[in-house]
Design a binder for this molecule. Sequence first.
Ligand SMILES: [Fe+2]
Length: 211
Amino acid sequence: MQLDMTMANNLTLFKSALANALVGARGVAGIRVEAIEQIITNLRRKMDLEGELVPSVSQPKNPIDRELESAVEHALAADTDGSKAALINAIQRLAPALPWYSRACPEQPLFEVGHMNAEVLGDKGIERRSDLTVGVTIMAPNLTYPDHHHPPEEIYMVLSQGSWRQGATPWYEPGFGGYIYNPPNILHAIKSAETPLFAIWCLNSTTAQCR
Ligand SMILES: [Fe+2]
């Protein structure tokens, strides 16, 4: 397979920037420290032999490109110490090659057309692997990503304003640079604020019972 070296380099930068950003989640109350360590270890694992890099193909024009641009702009402005710049820039460079999709939600048509998800690493990512699923979510302002759940535990790296909720607990705003930990199968929802929601989610498939 002919590898696209630019994409490979961007992926390497993304994984390293995300691993560095997740170091900040160590010691944050409510986050299972073993989950952080496992995800960081998997992100730093050499994938030369075990991963399949899917060559870059031209993606259909992402209908919420403007939201992505706006999300990146707000994130870079909020990143006052520059600690997340490498991560934000890596996502921006990878974005045109990502397999964007929206979750079907006939009962909330504005949400359906107003959000996009893409796997970077995982079963459907541009780096195919099963130990870890890492994706990006962009959501237009003032929308709610409905309750959902999944077997792997999850850590969100938050790169915008927005609120998260688990089950019937009150909405919580981690703020730019914050983290959210979702234990396996917990029901959770997300709400965007006045600016686009921008977050990276990491599913720790290594410890999931059902994957
Ligand atoms: Fe989730």
